[in-house]
Every structure is written in C-alpha cells, then in structure tokens.
Design a binder for this molecule. Structure first.
Ligand SMILES: [Zn+2]
Ligand SMILES: [Zn+2]
Length: 339
C-alpha cells in the first residue's frame, strides 16, 4: 500500500509500505479522507515539539472498517464508516486515572508521536473507532477537529446564557464557534482575515471583529452592554491574544486557552483576584468524541463550509504547503486517500 512519509522538514515522499494486520483489540481501517491540521504544518516544517522523522502524518481521519483482530465480538461491523479518535493514552498516569487521558503524560497522538493516517490502511484500537452513520467521509474526517471545539466549550462550561469571544477563526476557532453556537451561546469572533470572519458568520457567529482594526475593547464593551463576555477563548496561541482574553473577559468570567505556543505571556497578577478569574487549558478531548460525531450530524452544512481544498494522497506535500502559505484561502484542506 502507499503511504505519504515525511522524511524530514519539507520533504514528503510517497512510499510503499506493508499492509497492516490487526492485533488483538485492534481493527484495520481503510482510510478514505484525512484532514490537514495546523499541527501537521508544524511537523512538516520541523517545528513540532514532539514529532520525529520519518513519520506518516495525519490524525483527522475517516475510513471504513476492513478487518478485526482475533476475538472481536462487536458492536462494529465490517465495512462500517468510522471516525478515529487519534489519542493513545497510557491508562495509568495521574490524568489517565482521573478520566483525562487527553492530557496523559505519555500521550501518543497518531500522526505525531506514532505513524498516522496518510496511508491507505491503518491498524488502531477498536475503542478508538466511532461509527458515523450517514455522514460522508469528508464530514466524518472533520469529527476530530470538531472534538477540540467540544472540549473547549465543555471546559468553559458554556451555556445558552453566555456571550463568548473567540480569538482565531482557523479550523479550531471555527469548531469552537460552532460548538458554542450549538449550545445556544452568543459568539463574537476575532481574526485578522476577513475571509475567515465571513466563514465564522456562516457558522453562526453573531458578530465578528477584525483584529488590529479599531478598538476591540470598545466593540466588545458595546456588544456586552459594558459587562465584558463571560467567556473568552484563545484559539491563536500568541501572547497578545491570551493577554486580550484576560483583559476583555468579564469579572468572574472564564478564559479557555487552546492555542499552542512555547512563548511566555505576561499578565497582571491583580486580575486573577480582582476578577476572580478561572483560567482553563483545553487539549484534545476527554470522552467527548461521540458528542463531536453528534454535533457534526446536527450541522452538516456548516461543517462542510469549512472545507476549502482537496488533494490526492500523492500531493500531500503540496496540500500542506498550500495550507501553510495561503491562510486566507485555506480553511480545512483535505487529503482524499480513497475515491
Ligand atoms: Zn489536529
Ligand atoms: Zn496516561
């Protein structure tokens, strides 16, 4: 079978690999569609903190079940379409013992720490498979990024009572927006790129604001009647947006941080107590993958609106390079492994 193998920074080659065989507790999934994620750009450019080479990338995948390991008794059926949760947790560390394998200290993510889905077939634990019913393969491949949004709104305890400001309208910011709108919250999205803000509005954002264009604090104050939003969410991961989350959130509000960065951020200590802030990190998802399948099923047109580009497996390098170089045009780029 063919696999797109990242050999080193900027180098992906299509190679022949042996077909996987399912071990006990595993299934082989015939891969249909793989989404390109921001973290894939980092791996491709050699700037990802965990990834090593050579590596088969790809952690946002949908496919059909092709084989089960010995002794599998159901409920999944051969040929069924599934979304794959790409997290392999150790099961014994502190977060794993507390139901939070999403931040396992030995977490392995498909396509980053171990080989992933940019190949024709992959063996994965049967417990990582979620049937997607009538969803298309493309929508099923979007369950994983949507699960990041579901986790963020769960961490932020967002309800229909909340006004939420989301920083960042890339695929993760859009997933957060969709998940918050699904809960009935009112959402204002901030991004530098007008094309991405237009998409956020299609996903249900009540208001959008261009970063760096005018006085954002005044816009947010106007939108919230002077209170500030109950929740601010960073899906950018730069010091300025995290600072803005803390500055803008209402007193007694919650700040949720999803963006990744090794940079440091400086915050006024007084705000932690003056506002009695709750600041929450959010990573992957903890037991919410099935909810993400359901969320995609409730909003198929909105999720499909995220898809901007499609490439075949043989053009994986071009797909990742395009996503990196054209953020205003490329929202979700998909690799169609099987047609
Ligand atoms: Zn991802
Ligand atoms: Zn663990």
């Amino acid at each position: 079978m063919k696999a797109a193998v990242t050999l080193g920074p900027g180098r992906i080659s299509l190679e022949e690999r042996p077909e996987p065989a399912p071990g006990p507790g595993e299934a082989v999934v015939r891969v249909e569609v793989v989404g390109v994620c921001g973290s894939d750009l980092h791996i491709f450019h050699g700037t990802h903190p965990y990834a090593t080479f050579p590596r088969i990338q790809g952690h946002e995948l949908a496919g059909t079940v092709a084989a089960f390991g010995a002794g599998y008794a159901g409920p999944l059926r051969l040929g069924e379409r599934v979304a794959v949760e790409p997290l392999l947790a150790c099961g014994v560390c502190y977060p794993c013992r507390h139901g939070r394998g999403n931040c396992c200290v030995r977490l392995a993510v498909l396509g980053a720490h171990v080989d992933g889905a940019l190949t024709e077939a992959i063996a994965v634990p049967t417990g990582s498979l979620y049937p997607t019913g009538a969803l298309s393969a493309e929508l099923a491949a979007l369950v994983e990024p949507v699960s990041i949004g579901v986790q963020a709104v769960t961490r932020g305890a967002i309800t229909a009572e909340d006004q939420v400001v989301v920083f960042g309208a890339g695929p993760i910011g859009q997933a957060v927006t969709l998940a918050a709108v699904d809960r009935g919250a009112r959402v204002l999205v901030v991004d530098k790129l007008p094309t991405r803000l237009a998409l956020a509005a299609r996903l249900g954002a009540e208001r959008t604001a261009e970063a760096d264009a005018g006085d954002l604090a005044a816009v947010v104050a106007d939108w919230t009647g002077g209170d500030g939003p109950g929740v601010t969410i960073d899906a950018v991961g730069v010091p300025a947006t995290i600072r803005a989350c803390v500055d803008l959130v209402a007193s007694a509000g919650r700040v949720v941080i999803i963006g990744l960065s090794e940079k440091e951020v400086s915050l006024p200590i007084i705000d932690f107590t003056r506002k009695e802030l709750t600041i929450l990190g959010s990573r992957n998802n903890a037991g919410l993958f099935g909810e993400a399948v359901a969320l995609v099923g409730r909003h198929p047109e909105r999720v499909a609106a995220l898809i901007t580009h499609r490439y075949p497996l043989a053009e994986t390098a071009a797909a990742i390079a395009f996503a990196a170089e054209h953020p205003a045009e490329a929202e979700k780029v998909l690799i169609r492994v099987a047609d």
